[in-house]
Design a protein around this ligand. Structure first.
Ligand code: C5P
Length: 235
């Protein structure tokens, strides 16, 4: 499939998190690696795509780091004000996309700000596989390790069958109207929403899992930065 035969899409990058597990002096998306912040690496994969209709980044209201980045002046990037939880930041971004002209049936790809190693190959795979899907879906990776269920005493209670278990990655690709309704309803109902797919599931739909690369890492802990540095050093 050529790039121009892939469906048009909008990108939404929630970047209003603090990332306390990094124990850094700033939110993890603003840490630098290979000459640019994590967030700039993340944005680059989308900005180069010929099918991109527009991109919104959701930022904390008092974010002092964004204005210092070169991409803050990039006319292709629009801002939304993030909220307390990731789902609030995504909802704010969806509103902004609608203001920019995105329509109910348009595809929106939501991607973590701190997942800077998304390849163009994986992005095109997701777009191509889900182009005609009635629900949408997400990049994901099958569980590789043996899984244990822990008891309150910290001892193994049970070994869990890993065959049907997947790690949910991003981008997650859904239609703007359906995602907006699912997120808004889930938030009003007080349901815990950790990714966009969980809101869609809660609304009664079954997102498709598209197997992506395991190195589409989310920077969460200090050692993740070291893994990325090693990956990017290789030819
Ligand atoms: O903390 P975690 O890694 O799960 O966050 C995933 C993504 O959601 C990050 O890109 C983070 O910046 C974003 N986020 C947000 N608003 C929040 C919390 C997280 O945009 N209130």
């Amino acid at each position: 499939m050529t790039a121009s035969s892939l469906p048009p899409f909008w990108a939404l990058i929630p970047a209003a998190g603090v990332g306390s597990r990094m124990r850094a002096d700033r939110p993890k998306q603003y840490l630098e690696l290979a000459g640019r912040t994590i967030l700039e690496h993340t944005l680059a994969c989308f900005l180069d795509h010929p099918q991109l209709r527009g991109l919104v980044v959701s930022l904390a209201a008092d974010d002092p780091y964004w204005p210092a980045l070169a991409c803050a002046e990039d006319g292709r990037i629009q801002r939304a004000e993030g909220g307390c939880e990731r789902a609030d930041s995504v909802l704010a971004g969806l509103h902004r996309l609608a203001e920019l002209g995105a329509e109910e049936q348009d595809w929106v790809l939501v991607h973590d700000a701190a997942r800077p190693n998304l390849t163009r190959g994986d992005l095109d795979l997701l777009l191509g596989e889900l182009a005609d899907d009635p629900v949408g879906g997400l990049l994901a990776v099958p569980a590789r390790d043996t899984l244990k269920r822990a008891g309150a005493d910290g001892r193994v209670q049970q070994t869990v069958d890993r065959a049907p278990i997947w790690h949910a990655y991003t981008p997650q690709m859904f239609r703007l109207g359906q995602l907006h309704r699912a997120l808004a309803d889930a938030l009003v109902s007080g349901v815990a929403i950790t990714d966009e797919a969980s809101a869609i599931e809660w609304a009664g739909h079954a997102p498709r899992l598209i197997e992506g690369r395991a190195d589409n890492l989310k920077v969460t802990r200090p050692e993740d930065l070291q893994s990325l540095a090693l990956l990017w050093r290789q030819p």
